[in-house]
Design a protein around this ligand. Structure first.
Ligand code: SIN
Length: 319
């Protein structure tokens, strides 16, 4: 089923004369849609930008195929949706393009070292929620893509909140979580990770349920790799309660799994999703080279409007 958007794109962007519809094909009931009929290598018409934004807000992650962007086009595409952050505030960026973060399979020393996958939620995360202003969104492109393996998964944290019982919703809207960096899921060696994080310490307290700044939806904001405790609870209460929420967030019906091809692009709303980078790539000799840029985010707010609280570190800036 493909939803034809009312927005049209010009086949000759500069003329503005000839318009064709872009298509939005949902990939699951709650999460993810494939967009076609748009060339991301060129500047987009405002109506096309708006149509993509609407699809993103609805489906939480949107995908494009066959785009083959270079670094400059990748940055140009993302900038049409807002200011950009440095590639990665802790792990660095490309020498020439400060907006680009290289996500390479970790070779050769750690080729066979996958991050440990010990629990259902291992490695799942929302990007950089240790920051007081986590990125609003991210654009990831596949450059070198393995012939099989290496899929990425996303989950819809709005659907996760909505499917909680009213009794539990009433409890979680009052809770706050402490977010900090940990090595699991980053694909970094312990030493490299420690060095980077010590250089840029970052800890924040965010509401367990945030209010999405554009849609007003309630989001179960429980980034598993970052939330370490629930404020005011004992360690045991906190761990058990978080596990309940993480299991809810990762229910299979809220997720989508994307099979990459060279030239594929994923654009996700980091305020409404968590995602899982693949670990199966460490079990083959295939290479994998991806690049990501992130859009600057606001300070999250609880449903009563209270903003998140910084504990350590500076806000993420723009480049
Ligand atoms: C990420 O976590 O942003 C990268 C996901 C991936 O490598 O598939």
């Amino acid at each position: 089923m493909s939803e034809a958007l009312t927005e049209k794109r010009p086949t000759r962007p500069d003329s503005g004369a000839v318009l064709e519809p872009i298509g939005v094909q949902p990939l699951s009931v709650h999460t993810g849609a494939l967009i076609d009929g748009v060339d991301l290598t060129r500047p987009l018409q405002p109506k096309t930008i708006d149509a993509i934004r609407q699809a993103l807000l609805k489906w939480k992650v949107v995908f494009f195929r066959g785009q083959n962007l270079d670094h400059a086009q990748h940055v140009q595409f993302a900038r049409q949706f807002g200011a950009l952050t440095p590639g990665h505030v802790v792990f660095g960026h490309d020498d020439t393009y400060p907006e680009i973060y290289s996500i390479a399979k970790f070779r050769p020393a750690n080729q066979n070292q996958a991050p440990p996958v010990t629990r259902l939620w291992s490695g799942w995360h929302t990007d950089v929620t240790a920051a007081i202003n986590p990125p609003a969104a991210a654009v990831l492109r596949g450059d070198v893509v393995p012939p099989y393996g290496g899929d990425t998964q996303w989950t819809n944290l709005v659907a996760a909140y909505q499917s909680l019982s009213p009794a539990l919703q009433a409890i979680v809207v009052k809770l706050w979580g402490v977010h900090r960096f940990s090595a699991a899921g980053t694909g970094k060696s312990a030493k490299e990770f420690e060095r980077s994080v010590n250089n840029r310490p970052m800890v924040s307290e965010h509401p367990i349920v945030t209010m999405h700044p554009e849609t007003g939806e309630r989001v179960l904001f429980v980034s598993p790799s970052y939330v370490k405790s629930i404020s005011g609870m004992t360690d045991r209460e906190s761990q058990q309660f978080l596990e309940l929420l993480w299991e809810q967030a990762l229910r299979p019906e809220f997720t989508v799994r994307f099979r990459w091809e060279p030239g594929s692009v994923a654009f996700w709303d980091n305020r409404a999703t968590a995602h899982l980078a693949p670990t199966d790539i460490y079990q083959t000799d295939f290479d994998r080279q991806f690049y990501r840029v992130t859009l600057l985010g606001e300070i999250p707010r609880a449903v009563d409007g209270t903003p998140s609280r910084p504990i350590e570190g500076d806000p993420i800036g723009s480049v």
